[in-house]
Each structure stands twice: as C-alpha cells, then as structure tokens.
Design a protein around this ligand. Structure first.
Ligand code: ZN
Length: 686
C-alpha cells in the first residue's frame, strides 16, 4: 500500500520557510506534495509524473497575471524545488484550446514564450492538460497499481466498479496537445470527478489545496492496490538466488553478447541485475516470451527500456546462444523501425538495437544502459513493469498500447531531444576496478576516471575509509571490502564487480605497501608477506580480470576496440633500489616483469597492459612521519625534500591519477611503464 506521507509539521515548516507571501506559501506546499509523491517509487519513478499549481504572479509592469506553475522537464519530483515549477502565463495556454491542432514543436514554443522567466526549464509536455483542468492543484502519476488497471482490456468496467463516477476514463492518446484536448473534453463531461484515468498511461487527481489533491492520489492508488491484492495469487517459488561467483560470468558473457550488434568501436553496455525473489519468480514464468512482446506499461517507459525485453531462458545462457538471441532481437528491432519509420511525419534515425531490459531465467531482471545510471533506471522500470504485467495477467490481460503507438512515442521528436546530444565523455560506461581504492593514489585515480565518465568499483579493506571513498565518488559507483591477499579474494572481488555492473573493462591494480629492512638480515615472513601484497595480489587480480575480459569477448564473438586492459601501480623501486627497501623492491620488480609478460601474452587478444612508476607521493606508503624523518636526514626542509626531482616540483597523487587515465586512453600502447616522479635519471627505464 502507498503510505500517505503528509504531516502537518512538515507542511508548517515548508510554509514557514516560504515567508509571509501568500503565493510563495502556495508554491511551497506544491513543492512539498510533489516531493511526497516523488518519494514513493510506486507512484512515480525517474522523472515520470508531473504536478501543477494555478496561482498569480506580478509581471514587470507590477500587474498581477494568472500563471500555471508546472513541472519543468529535467526535474525529478522527489527532489524538486520551486524553480523546478516554472510559471507560465495561463491566458495564452487557455486560448490554445480553441485551436483544432498544434504540432509538438509549436506547443513547446508557445509554452516557452510564455514563461515568466526565460531561463526556466521547458514546461512539461503535459502542461496544457494541467492548464485546462480548472482546479488549483493538479497531480499526475504513473502509479504501479494504476498501470495494471490502465492496461487491462476491461479497464472501463473495472474503473466503474472501483470508482463509480469519481474517475473519468480518457482513451489512449500520445501526450501533447491532442491528449490535453481529449482529457479536457472528458473532464467537461464529468466536472464533479476527482480525477482521470488515462488508459495505457496513468492517473490524474486534483483539489483546491495541495493536501486534498495529494490525499486523492494516495487514496485512489490504494483503492486499486487493494482490489489487486485480493486477486493476487501466491507467487511461483523461485529457485534460490545463485551465488555471485556463478552470476558474474553469465553477466560478463551477456555484456559481450549485447555489444555484438554494436559497431566494433562501441564500448560494452553497463548492466544492473535485480535478482530479488519477485524478479526471479517473474523470470520463471512459462509465458515470458508472450509477455515480452506486449509493450510497455506507460508510454514514456519505451524511451528508457525499449518496448520489448530480451528473454533468455536457462538453456540459452551460453555465449553463442546469447549472441544468437541478441542478434535476433536486433533484427526484430530493425524490422519494427523499417515498418513504422516511413509513416512518420519527419525522417527518423534508428536508435541502438540493444535491448534495455533482459529477462534472465534463473537470475532475474537486467537493466541495460550506456552508463550505470541508465542501467539502474532501466532496471527500476523493468522491476515495476514486471509487477504490472504479473498483476494484470492475474486480474485479466496485460494489453498496453500497440506497436505503432510505441514507435510514435519512442521516436517522438520531443523525447529524442530529451535523450540529450553532445559528445559522450571518453570513458563513459567503462567499468574500472581499483584496488587500494580508498588510498591516496587509488581514490585520486578513481576520481580521474569518474571525471571521464567511467563507472568505478573500489576494492580495499572493509571499513569506514572504503565507504567514505565510495561515498566521495557519489553517483552510481560501487565497491567491495576484503583483504586482497587472502586466497580467492581477487576472484571474489572481480566477480562482485561483474555482478554489480555486468563486467569489467579496466583493472587498476594499485594496492601496495612498503616494507623496510636490510636484505642481509630480513626475516623470511616479512619478505613473503610483502610478496603476497606487492606481487601475488597483482597477479591474482590480473588473472580474475582476464577471465572476465575473455567471457565478454566470448559473448561478443569478436574482439571489440577495447576488450580489456590492466594498469599496474609499479614503483620506482622496481628498477632503482633504495637502501633498506628490498622487501618492497623485489616484489615490485617481479610485478614489473609480470606487466611485460602479460602484455606479451595478451596482445593478440587486444588486451593492453601498462603501468606507472611513481615516486615520493604523499600516501599510505609515504606518511608525514616518514617525510619528516627523511628530510631531516638529508638536512633539507620537507618542501625541498618532496620537490627533490629534475622538475623541482612535488609530485601529487592527482598527477599519477592523470597518467593512469592517459595510459587507459592510449589505444596503441601496451607493455609500457610511464614514470611519474618529476624526473629521476637513476630511475629512468632503458
Ligand atoms: Zn504521464
């Protein structure tokens, strides 16, 4: 059930913060109930839904004008602010109703022209619908329960049974001028109604104040939800969730298979698996193939997920079977485009033929996107729409809009514009695993990769430092805590990364620690422990990452432009021993050799292996105490000590980070070690 989240205390706080102005207070409450709606994913998700307020504003002449505050595109109800509800002059919007027709572009233009603030975001495409309903507060959601009801062939009878005359049915029309007209006419025929049910789309409600409109949204949704609950069967008992070690290679292979229909230069998509009991239960249904072809629960989902998910039964989860299925999906998608594009008013350009959702029997629902955020949004919508389908099938039949309407929506010029233009960041969608990700160089590198659009997965010892590092990156990044020297830890960490994002593109094997002592008397344990961290962990992570690179390539069936790469944080010690640093230098020299050996053996697969020799960076390896001691020993101040190189400038973690990004982007470079030490002839490579 949907919780009614209204509290008088919060409302009073919003009103108080708005000050004495009555208009600001009305708007504050509009912001509040918009957020209350936005907080519930069973009401709206990811920019879906919109809200409005009819009020007044004072124009530049000091005259009061009637305005509609309406959600601006790009804003999410959950986090909306007053500026996300720009004011549009109401009179011109009202006048538009007299027109027989209006193109989408002309509609957007009129709406923009009548903004009081020309720098405000574009008013919602559902602005006119809000304007023409003569109530002060109007709310529109795509509530899960309403999506079930709205997609039943018997929606009219069921709505009458549940609501009587309180909800007016509006037949499916694509959002825009036409829908606004049909909805306003429906409103006029039943002006005492409390809301609208938009067939195959969603729900509207209204009221004289913010609370009453919100109350109706919640109450109406719960009425439908209760009706569904009575009819809901006990779900299929799904098999137990597979362990990560088994899920990860399937996802890596799928990731490659999805890219098999993309150009060679395209990077692999990011995946987001949802494998809760509900998703696994859904993906065990015998009628998946049939349900997959039915369309989306509300039209704007098609933009995020495409109309059809790809279904992969348990028997079809090998590399070749997956690739065949993805290629068949892409063929169907191209045929759908070729059927409908010639009938469109203007020329259309085909979108990527990769599905936005995969239903994996035994595993769950996978969101697919060019970024982790896009994959997450697709997965969220996929889970909701799976529940909608399951419920609708129980109550009757899930029958959403047909292929032509789907095409009109997917290739709608206004929606195409929303997807954004401009060049994607260089490393967008690349999944980068960083060991020692919470340390100075690890986190600086993670930030540098994230700034290029990459998705980061930080591995470090479990604890606050790791959590803080992941939080510092913000957005859709992940991580895993473990002792990387423990047997099996590397394979487990890489599997966690693949289970989280679908695979791995770049391993940045960075973790290390300096151990000191004269080699002539060094105890065996110290040296062996140092080898575990400074060599064997690098080897184990490399091997685990390579297995996933290969699974991705097996899925793709051919080598893409960047089938995987490994970056090592080596050390100046690998080539230029420092007194008392043998326990560090020996394994680092071995790691240096490992880098060249891997480059040699993996080159034919297109897998690049490079590294960095850095020196004298403030980090866990070189603590403030050590800096103080060493500069004192040399009789110089700390700044002079830190700048003790040819360039006479301190080398910082960010310089190492930038060099890692450069190597990652140097497409024809492998087996290379770059020095980032400000210049040191003794440590120069031959
Ligand atoms: Zn809508």
């Amino acid at each position: 059930m949907i919780a009614n989240r209204w509290t008088d205390a919060e409302a009073q706080a919003f009103v108080a913060a708005a000050g004495a102005d009555a208009r600001a207070r009305e708007l504050a409450l509009r912001v509040l109930t918009s957020r209350l709606i936005g907080r519930d994913p069973d009401l709206v998700m990811h920019g879906g839904g919109n809200t409005s307020l009819k009020s007044t504003a004072v124009d530049v002449f000091g005259e009061e004008v009637e305005v509609l505050h309406i959600k601006g595109s790009g804003w999410d109800l959950e986090t909306i602010e007053a500026k996300g509800l720009p004011a549009v002059r109401l009179a011109p919007l009202m006048r538009l109703r007299s027109l027989p027709a209006l193109s989408d572009e002309a509609m957007v233009n009129v709406q923009r022209l009548n903004l009081l603030d020309p720098s405000a975001p574009n008013p919602s495409v559902e602005t006119l619908l809000h304007a023409w309903i003569p109530h002060k507060y109007v709310d529109h959601t795509h509530a899960t329960a309403f999506l079930v009801l709205a997609n039943l062939p018997e929606v009219a009878a069921a709505t009458r049974e549940l609501f009587g005359d309180r909800l007016t049915l509006v037949p499916y029309v694509m959002p825009g001028f036409e829908l606004a007209k049909v909805a306003a006419d429906a409103f006029d025929r039943n002006p005492d109604a409390e809301g609208l049910l938009l067939v195959n789309h969603g729900h509207f409600a209204w009221g004289p104040d913010a609370k009453s409109s919100y109350d109706r949204i919640v109450a109406h949704s719960n009425l439908v939800e209760a009706w569904l609950a009575d009819r809901r069967p006990t779900p299929l008992i799904p098999a137990a969730a597979l362990p990560v070690a088994e899920v990860a290679p399937v996802l890596s292979t799928l990731r490659g298979a999805l890219a098999s229909v993309l150009p060679d230069t395209a990077h692999l998509p990011v995946l987001d698996l949802r494998n809760g009991e509900a998703e696994r239960s859904f993906c065990a249904r015998p009628d998946l193939e049939d349900l997959a072809t039915r369309g989306v629960a509300t039209p704007d989902h098609v933009i995020r997920t495409k109309a059809e998910p790809l279904v992969l039964r348990a028997a079809d989860q090998g590399a070749e079977a997956m690739r065949t299925a993805v290629q068949a999906y892409a063929d169907r998608y191209r045929a759908y485009f070729d059927t409908h594009a010639p009938n469109a008013a203007e020329p259309k350009k085909i979108l990527s033929p990769v599905p936005g959702l995969v239903w994996l029997e035994g595993l769950g629902i996978v969101g697919v996107g060019s970024t982790a955020a896009a994959a997450r949004i697709a997965a969220d919508i996929g889970c909701q729409s799976a529940r909608v389908r399951a419920d609708a099938e129980r109550v009757g039949t899930f029958r959403p809009i047909g292929a032509k309407d789907l095409f009109d929506m997917e290739y709608w010029s206004l929606e195409q514009a929303k997807l954004g233009s401009g060049k994607a960041p260089a490393l967008q969608g690349r999944v980068v695993l960083v060991t020692g990700g919470a340390g100075a160089i690890g986190l600086a590198s993670a930030r540098a990769f994230a700034a290029q659009g990459a998705t980061l997965f930080l591995v470090d010892r479990p604890g606050e430092a790791l959590e803080a590092a992941i939080a510092a990156l913000g957005g859709d990044h992940g991580g895993y805590g473990c002792d990387i020297t423990r047997p099996g830890a590397a394979a487990a960490a890489v599997a966690e990364c693949a289970a989280r994002f679908g695979g791995i593109d770049i391993l940045l094997s960075n973790a290390g620690a300096a151990v000191t002592g004269e080699i002539s008397t060094l105890d065996d344990r110290t040296l062996r422990d140092s080898f575990e961290l400074n060599f064997f962990a690098h080897l184990a992570f490399s091997q685990a990452a390579i297995a996933h690179f290969r699974a991705q390539q097996a899925g793709r069936g051919a080598r893409g432009a960047e089938p995987g790469q490994i970056l090592f944080n080596v050390s100046k010690q690998a080539v230029n021993p420092g007194k008392g640093f043998a326990a560090y230098g020996l394994p680092k020299a071995t790691t240096f050799f490992l880098l060249r050996q891997l480059a040699l053996e993996l080159g034919a697969e297109g897998i690049r292996v490079n590294g960095i020799n850095a020196d004298r960076i403030r980090s866990g390896l070189l603590s403030p105490d050590m800096i103080a001691a060493r500069s004192a020993a040399r009789g110089v101040d700390e700044a002079t000590y830190m700048a003790g190189n040819l360039l006479q400038a301190e080398v910082e973690a960010r310089h190492v980070a930038d060099a890692f990004v450069m190597l990652a982007r140097a497409e024809r470079t492998t087996g290379h070690v770059m020095t980032v030490d400000g210049g040191n002839i003794e440590a120069a490579l031959r």
